[in-house]
Design a protein around this ligand. Structure first.
Ligand code: ADP
Ligand code: MG
Length: 259
């Protein structure tokens, strides 16, 4: 175990959906720590539990068993009300589909988390957040007048306006072309380097994952190896080894995989 303080720590987290014959184990006894000020990418085949992992870590979903700690706070024992407050104050979340409110301007979207928390909304702070993502000129634009990359940058400014302890991003570049995707990844990297923002990002793209300090791989709801300081090539190579784990009719490969 590393001595660096963990921003988030999952211990023996299992998340099951349904019961009996229809039960699906989305996460199966996962223990992971995300150290403060680091950037982690989470990869794995479709259905391997990546989104469930993020949602359990962010207090958006509750594990069936196990523990999730955000700093010193155990999330699994909080009431819905306390959990909602904690998410508002201490967690930022960015989704693949941006999820901006279409009737609000960029500026109003970014201000929303502060408003919901009943906090004052200093206009300068909102402008600064939009400047930081390169959208200082577009504060009055509504989402339908912004490109996909611009909308995702507004979503990023919105997620960070409360200065959360951790930023979670679920395939934030999944809907973007590679150039605008790279701009968003550059911003995420910059938020980690300059602000020490702990960031956890799900991605399918080895080039995106190479922006992170560490890449964690999931298969069938379990952690299946990790890389630090990876390049797109080393990530792609590791993904190929996972394919042999997940390929049907390949029990021998499964048995010989290191866990
Ligand atoms: P990923 O993000 O890696 O594609 P998910 O975390 O979305 O994977 O899903 C992991 C597994 O859990 C999948 O088999 C998925 O079908 C299942 N699952 C996720 N959410 C639900 C749900 N609300 N009800 C039933 N099954 C679910
Ligand atoms: Mg997913």
């Amino acid at each position: 175990m590393t001595q660096t303080a963990a921003a988030v720590r999952l211990h023996a987290v299992t998340r099951r959906h349904g019961t009996g014959d229809h039960a699906v184990t989305a996460l199966d006894d996962v223990s992971l720590a995300f150290p403060e000020g680091t950037f982690t990418a989470v990869m794995g085949p479709s259905g391997s539990g990546k989104s469930t992992l993020l949602q359990c870590a962010a207090g958006l979903d509750r594990p069936t068993s196990g523990s999730v700690r955000l700093g010193g706070t155990e999330l699994t024992s909080l009431s819905e009300r306390r959990l909602t407050l904690l998410r508002r104050e201490r967690i930022g979340f960015v989704f693949q589909a941006y999820n901006l409110l279409p009737s609000l301007t960029a500026e109003q979207n970014v201000a929303l988390p502060l408003r919901l928390a009943g906090r004052r909304v200093p206009r300068a702070r909102v402008r600064e957040a939009l400047d930081r993502v390169g959208l200082g000129e577009r504060v009055r634009h509504r989402p339908d007048r912004l490109s996909g990359g611009q909308q995702q940058r507004v979503a990023l400014a919105r997620a960070l306006i409360t200065r959360p302890d951790v930023l979670f991003a679920d395939e934030p570049t999944g809907a973007l072309d590679s150039l605008t995707g790279r701009q968003v990844l550059g911003l995420l990297r910059d938020m980690v380097d300059r602000d020490g923002r702990t960031t956890v990002m799900v991605t399918h793209d080895p080039v995106a994952a190479a922006h992170a300090d560490r890449v964690v791989f999931l298969v069938d709801g379990r952690v299946h190896g990790e890389l630090t300081g990876a390049t797109a090539d080393t990530v792609a190579a590791h993904l190929t080894t996972l394919e042999s784990v997940t390929a049907p009719h390949a029990p021998a490969a499964r048995e010989t995989q290191p866990c």
